[in-house]
Design a protein around this ligand. Structure first.
Ligand code: ADP
Ligand code: DP6
Ligand code: CO
Length: 357
């Protein structure tokens, strides 16, 4: 038998950390959110997913699609992963129908091999980088002429936060109102170069898998929290507006206050979930106190903490305040065991982060 060609594409995708958080689905099947959200894309030098997609007529059809995540077989049968495969295959099939000379890749099983170089499922947005990389790797494999916006729409169906990792800089996910979700995708609010002094330090307090996944946690919050209604009706719309203004004006004090208030509001709805969900721990709370002390000592706001669904803190600051923020964090948290800091050049300079390798 002639050796069959193996088609292959690799890509990396960055993590994004929201400063106005997505927490709640209005449609679990299409993965549509109850509110818009806004994030900063971190540079890929420290935290990133690397995914390779391949397909070949030599892969037995019976094996189906597969994913090796961090060296272990992972599930691809979930409805959300399946939705990504379905959308990407349909687009490839349309290209093949229009041009019969193209190889029929859409009918072949896809093998994915993916690696996160940071803790998975620990509140550091692995699902965001993971699904952004998955979607782009397959889109590259299929040579789809898809824009970052189109890929954002597909990645959203894998994990909501992933739609924001297709762009660099400051990124909004507009919740949209179409029943089919066709207007629920990300757009870039500002290029990284608009505010290039922005930095983030990630305090890795625990690499352990969280007890309650984001998907399940937000569903419990929507179903049981009274405070959640106030958050989506009043708090988030106000924060989105204030955050976009702060970014446009490069107003760090305003950016920081909205970031910290929104993180507090999100974790308050978790505490108001019944039974309550606690993502932060004692070290997380010590980090909050340390940031407050840094801001008090500076006499102005130079640092902003935020926590996703996990105990690990991300602290935003401006480059010129590195010593005041990172230096003080090391000194104040130094006695606490079991944490380490990863400082990151917060921003990536390109509109699209497609860095095909
Ligand atoms: P996190 O806070 O890390 O985003 P989530 O609970 O939102 O945690 O999602 C974690 C899940 O995301 C993992 O259990 C896995 O299913 C998926 N995931 C993480 N990394 C990848 C990846 N590189 N490729 C595909 N899926 C991934
Ligand atoms: C707290 O995007 O992980 O990080 O759509 O169910 O996969 P699914 O959830 P996910 O939720 C992220 C929640 C958050 C806030 C945010 O990133 O906006
Ligand atoms: Co996630």
């Amino acid at each position: 038998m002639a050796a069959e060609k193996v088609y292959r594409a690799s890509t990396t995708a960055p993590v994004n950390i929201a400063v106005v958080k997505y927490w709640g689905k209005r449609d679990a099947k299409l993965n549509l959110p109850t509110n818009s959200s806004l994030s900063v894309t971190l540079s890929q030098s420290d935290l990133r997913t690397l995914t390779t997609a391949s397909c070949s007529a030599s892969y037995p059809a019976s094996e189906g699609d597969s994913l090796i995540l961090n060296g272990e077989a992972a599930d691809v049968a979930g409805a959300r992963t399946q939705a990504c495969f379905r959308e990407l295959r349909a687009r490839r099939a349309a290209l093949e129908a229009a041009d019969p000379s193209l190889p029929k890749l859409s009918v072949l099983p896809v093998r994915l091999v993916s690696e996160n170089n940071f803790p998975t499922a620990a509140g550091l947005a692995s699902s965001a980088a993971g699904f952004a990389a998955l979607v782009r790797a397959i889109a590259d494999l299929y040579e789809l002429p898809a824009s970052p916006s189109e890929l954002s729409l597909i990645a959203r169906q894998g994990s909501g936060s992933a739609c924001r990792s297709l762009f660099g800089g400051y990124v909004a996910w507009r919740m949209g109102d179409a029943a089919d979700g066709s207007d629920s995708l990300a757009d870039q609010v500002a290029e990284a170069s608009h505010w290039p002094e922005m930095r983030a330090v990630v305090l890795v307090v625990s690499a352990a898998k969280k007890g309650v996944s984001s998907t399940s946690g937000m569903q419990q919050t929507v179903a049981t929290s009274g405070l959640f209604q106030e958050r989506i009706t009043n708090v988030v719309p106000r924060n989105m507006e204030a955050m976009e203004k702060a970014i446009k004006e490069r107003d760090f004090a305003a950016f920081a206050e909205v970031t910290m208030r929104d993180s507090n509001s999100f974790h308050a709805t978790c505490a108001d979930t019944y039974p309550p969900i606690f993502y932060m721990n004692d070290v997380s709370r010590a980090a909050i106190r340390a940031v407050e002390a840094i801001n008090t000592a500076a006499g102005r706001t130079v640092a902003a903490y935020t926590f996703d669904a996990g105990p690990n803190a991300v602290i935003y600051y401006l480059e010129k305040e590195t010593e005041a923020v990172v230096g003080t964090l090391y000194r104040t948290l130094g006695e606490i065991d079991g944490w380490k800091a990863v400082t990151t050049q917060s921003l990536n300079s390109s509109v699209s982060l497609d860095e095909g390798i």
